[in-house]
Write a protein that binds this ligand. Structure first.
Ligand SMILES: C[S@@+](CC[C@H](N)C(=O)[O-])C[C@H]1O[C@@H](n2cnc3c(N)ncnc32)[C@H](O)[C@@H]1O
Length: 207
């Protein structure tokens, strides 16, 4: 069993052969373009564990919210947005990214993967006018009042923000800082196969 299929099994994620092939093709695109675009600081097994499985460690929790639309803000190389779009084909995923260079990579990856539920938006978060049921972000910015206000502005009235985060001690600090703007509804410990590091998914809603 490969690191990827073993990881998907450990995350209790069901997948088709087509979804597995899409994940593998996406990994191949990152490996191909990383030297030129500087997308992620990892390759090989490290890329699978630290980026693909890390992104997918939140997939079940995201799906349990039953979003119709999802935006991944500051998506960079498409993380966690593209792995989520592959594994959750019923969710319309928009990747919001302001860097033209990264968007070129994302548009190429979207064309190669031909995912019907994936949309790329080259835009700064502060200019986004659309609203989404769920907004994800990972390694985007520290959670502070300015950024949280912008993130809350792109949620539907009952929408939630899912923040991929690391250590609990930092999370408590962030929750305190944004308390007047957003309420932390749930803090879910995540387990990333092959990674012995603290990971959490923090769900926020408008206060
Ligand atoms: C550190 S990278 C993280 C990428 C990816 N989410 C990941 O987990 O690997 C942060 C990304 O956010 C983008 N970004 C920063 N500020 C932004 C903004 N205001 N609006 C849209 N994208 C932004 C940057 O261009 C960069 O690609």
């Amino acid at each position: 069993m490969s690191l990827l299929t073993d990881g998907l099994k450990k995350l209790h994620l069901e997948y088709t052969e087509e979804q597995l092939a899409l994940l593998e093709r996406y990994i191949g695109e990152i490996e191909l373009w990383n030297p030129r675009y500087g997308l992620v600081n990892a390759k090989g097994d490290d890329l699978i564990t630290r980026h693909i499985l890390d992104s997918l460690s939140g997939a079940s929790a995201v799906l349990s919210r039953s979003p119709e639309t999802l935006a991944d803000v500051g998506s960079g190389a498409g993380l966690p947005g593209i792995p989520l779009a592959i594994m959750l084909p019923g969710v319309k995923v928009t990747l919001i990214e302001r860097s033209g260079k990264r968007v070129r990579f994302l548009r190429n990856a979207a064309a190669v993967l031909n995912l019907k539920n994936l949309n790329i938006m080259e835009m700064d978060l502060k200019n986004v006018k659309d609203r989404y049921d769920l907004v994800t972000f990972r390694a985007f910015k520290p959670v502070e009042p300015g950024i949280m206000t912008l993130l809350m502005n792109i949620l539907t009235p009952d929408g939630q923000l899912a923040a991929y985060k690391g250590r609990m001690e930092n999370i408590n600090d962030e929750i305190r800082q944004v308390g007047s703007i957003a309420e932390a509804k749930e803090i879910l410990p995540l387990s990333v196969p092959g990674l012995r590091e603290e990971r959490h998914l923090v769900f926020y809603c408008k206060n």
